[in-house]
Design a protein around this ligand. Structure first.
Ligand SMILES: Cc1cc2nc3c(=O)[nH]c(=O)nc-3n(C[C@H](O)[C@H](O)[C@H](O)COP(=O)(O)O)c2cc1C
Length: 352
């Protein structure tokens, strides 16, 4: 499980482009072996990843959302399919801060070969987000945090997701930002009438990047009127979310200067390319991994090939901006980034 040289945390510090090779994306003071990440809650803490791929086949992993206390989650069934996607109500089931600190982070540091890891953080209040960050920040084994701002704000009667309440979202960032020098991503809810403005607020309050979007609230019913999920309503993901995610990314990219990670309905290289065209620097694959556990690796491979194609005919030292990271175009990294079995691979770009 070797990683490309320079992949992982960059000593150069936040924002500084790292020495890069073909397809390596530098952002947040780190370098990523490509723009494709595994989305929160769809790859646990990396356990299913090592079973089906080398972690170096993707750019990063976002963990399940971690809360202060262990959570067993919602009653079954937690997932229901429909033709264009999936509805889930997992209820943030996770082992809790202490077990993540004691077991999950050391395991990820050992097993994931230096793959950049974002710890997703969730809570019922700003104080709970801060408690998770305070509890994990001294540990090794991860790059930064993705703040899941789409979970309900239990301190307020409405229970509205934090990112749909500017004051509550600002409170979380104000609490968390001083606690860590690691990069912070703000993951936003899709049902936001002005997601660009929300992203701009998050960036102004200290978010280093934006993930857009989380699942869309939804409900699936049987013909007798009963809910198909044990908890009743849930969050829609998969292809049905793609147009919402693309519109959100375009709005966020127009309203901010920070890197954007697109999430929602990425199941193919075309979907990922559309997100990059909309202004994303990274794309996250979630539901796609349930359809095909190697979905993200397959998309990453296609995008790596795109990078090789872009590199053709360019000066050797050229580096092109894609989204808000630097994509190096110097030379192939290793066999992982080049689709060796593709007949169309230009000979000079084929790597051993
Ligand atoms: C089963 C399941 C569990 C999820 N758990 C989390 C989670 O713990 N934290 C989070 O921020 N997002 C979670 N998500 C949302 C995904 O990370 C992703 O943003 C969303 O599903 C849209 O992407 P997709 O269409 O590629 O799945 C979950 C999604 C699914 C389907």
């Amino acid at each position: 499980m070797s990683l490309a040289p320079g992949v992982g945390r960059s000593p150069a510090g936040k924002g500084a482009p790292a020495e890069s090779a073909v397809g390596v994306v530098s952002a947040f003071g780190a370098s990523f072996a490509g723009p494709v990440w595994l989305a929160a809650g769809t790859c646990g803490f990396g356990e299913p990843v090592v079973a089906v791929m080398s972690p170096s086949e993707v750019g990063a992993l976002v963990t399940k959302s971690v809360t202060v206390e262990p959570r067993r989650g919602n009653p079954a069934p937690r997932v229901a399919e429909f033709p264009e996607g999936m509805l889930n109500s997992v209820g943030l089931a996770n082992p809790g801060l202490e077990a993540v600190r004691r077991e999950k982070l050391p395991w990820m540091a050992r097993a994931l070969g230096g793959l950049p890891v974002w710890v997703s953080v969730a809570g019922r209040s700003a104080a709970e987000y801060a408690a998770v960050v305070r509890g994990l920040d001294a540990e090794d084994g991860f790059l930064g945090y993705e703040l899941n701002l789409s979970c309900p704000n239990d301190e307020h009667a409405s229970g509205r997701p934090f990112s749909l309440d500017g004051a509550a979202m600002g409170e979380i960032l104000d609490e968390v930002r001083p606690l860590t020098s690691r990069p912070l991503l703000a993951k936003l809810a899709p049902n936001d009438p002005d997601i660009g403005a929300t992203a701009a607020t998050a960036a102004a309050r200290g978010a280093d990047g934006i993930t857009a979007v989380n699942t869309m609230p939804g409900l699936l019913l049987r013909t007798d009127g009963g809910a198909r999920l044990g908890a009743g309503p849930g969050g829609t993901s998969g292809p049905a979310l793609l147009p919402t995610g693309l519109a959100a990314v375009r709005a966020v990219a127009a309203a901010t200067r920070v890197p954007v990670a697109g999430s929602g309905g990425v199941l193919s290289p075309e979907d990922a390319r559309a997100y990059l065209a909309a202004g994303a620097t990274f794309v996250q694959v979630g539901t796609g991994s349930f359809a095909d556990p190697r979905c993200a690796a397959r998309i990453a491979r296609a995008l790596a090939y795109d990078a090789l194609e872009r590199a053709r005919g360019r000066p050797a030292s050229a580096s092109r901006r894609v989204g808000r990271g630097q994509v190096g175009e110097l030379e192939p990294v290793d066999g992982r980034t080049a689709p060796r079995d593709e007949r169309t691979v230009p000979r000079e770009m084929t790597v051993p």
